[in-house]
Design a protein around this ligand. Structure first.
Ligand code: PLP
Length: 363
């Protein structure tokens, strides 16, 4: 039986990458050791690290003053590290409250005695639309503006035309980095947990504009709390998760071979538009987000009845469509269509949903 994994994270890896991991896992031809056994202080691992950094700089088209770091603690630790390192001057930031993952960093920054203003929120409408900065917004009052490019749980996205022009912009790109184009130079800090679109859990990518970091007062921070330590020590101040970085590097190579962001964007648009198009024409299922803010990577939908949705998701997994249940805060269904999700998965899912629809409508 063909099976598909629609999990929002950790999520499916490209088949080619899985094959290579499996082939190489027990013994590397050159080192006669497994990647699981080698030290981070080996030429083999240093090559992997250098390749991954170079691939990211080139895929994101970033100049040399942007520094790539591989950190631990997930995206969630970045909710704390970002204000610690980058809100040291005014101690005041603005967060666009577009969903669960935008709401959490508010509490994290406040716990660090950073003042948080929320210039826009769509919490009262369950985040089905995106908040935007008001026209009179004064960015000079803040160390930075924080936004979440793709709201993994709610299925909304600030696509490139919706990215505001402000002095310093921080972006949580955990669930759509390298899935669609942005002018990445518009951001001064980007972070992304690897387990959605970049690889496996255990590693978090952070990229910072060094010129901006240089303006900060970091004297109050311990070494592991500072971005500068990771930059100076090449992400190896402590032992990094060697295997997770190895997988990340394989995924980046796969992305390069898939035509980079442009190639994947074309495929991702095709996948998402097919599914939204089906949902928009269905008299049984409805997409929860309408309009141009729809996410390409997380498609959220419902049949309008929570109990029925849960039953359908359960039955779908028996048919090989795994992890379709929506996040507990939203309910319904969520089909995650990250870079590694094949187009066939969407075609087969639509065919399956059409059958479900017929069954229930004939009941
Ligand atoms: C998953 C996710 C996070 C949290 O990541 P962890 O690695 O679990 O800490 C943060 N932001 C976004 C947008 C996410 O999708």
């Amino acid at each position: 039986m063909t099976t598909y994994n629609f999990s929002a994270g950790p999520s499916s890896l490209p088949t080619e990458v899985m094959t290579q991991i499996t082939q190489e896992l027990t013994k590397n031809q050159a080192t006669h050791m497994s990647i699981l056994e080698i030290s981070h202080r080996t030429p083999q691992f240093e090559n992997i690290l250098d390749e991954a950094k170079a691939s990211l700089k080139s895929l994101l088209d970033l100049p040399d003053n942007y520094k790539v770091m591989f950190l631990s603690g997930g995206g969630t630790t970045q909710f704390e590290m970002v204000p610690m390192n980058l809100a040291t001057r005014l101690k005041k930031i603005a967060i666009l409250d577009s969903g669960n993952f935008a709401h959490k960093p508010i509490g994290a920054a406040e716990a660090l005695n950073v003042t948080v203003d929320v210039p826009g929120t769509t919490r009262s409408i369950k985040y089905r639309e995106l908040p935007h900065l008001p026209a009179q917004f004064d960015d000079t009052q803040y160390d930075y503006v924080h936004l979440v490019t793709n709201n993994t749980i709610e299925g909304t996205t600030y696509h490139q035309e919706d990215i505001p022009d402000v002095q310093h912009l921080v972006a949580d790109m955990s669930s759509n980095i390298l899935a669609e184009p942005y002018d990445f130079k518009k951001f001064d800090l980007i972070f992304a947990g690897a387990q959605k679109n970049l690889g496996i859990a255990g590693i978090t990518l952070a990229i910072v504009n060094q010129d901006w970091l240089d303006e900060q007062d970091l004297s109050h921070l311990a070494p592991m709390q500072k971005y500068q330590t990771a930059i100076d020590k090449d992400s190896m101040y402590n032992t990094p998760p060697v295997f997770a970085i190895y997988v990340l590097n394989l995924v980046l190579k796969w992305i390069e071979q898939s035509g980079g962001i442009a190639g994947l964007y074309e495929k991702n648009q095709r996948k998402a538009h097919k599914l939204y198009d089906y949902l928009d024409h269905s008299s049984f299922f409805d997409a929860m987000v309408t309009g141009k803010e729809r996410s390409l990577t997380n498609v959220v939908f419902t049949s309008g009845d929570a109990k029925r949705d849960a039953q359908i998701a359960q039955k779908a997994s028996q048919a090989g469509f795994y992890n379709l249940a929506g996040h507990r805060s939203v309910g319904g269904f969520r089909a995650s269509l990250y870079n590694a999700q094949p187009e066939q998965a969407v075609d087969d899912l639509i065919a399956y949903l059409k059958n479900v629809e017929m069954e229930y409508l004939n009941d």
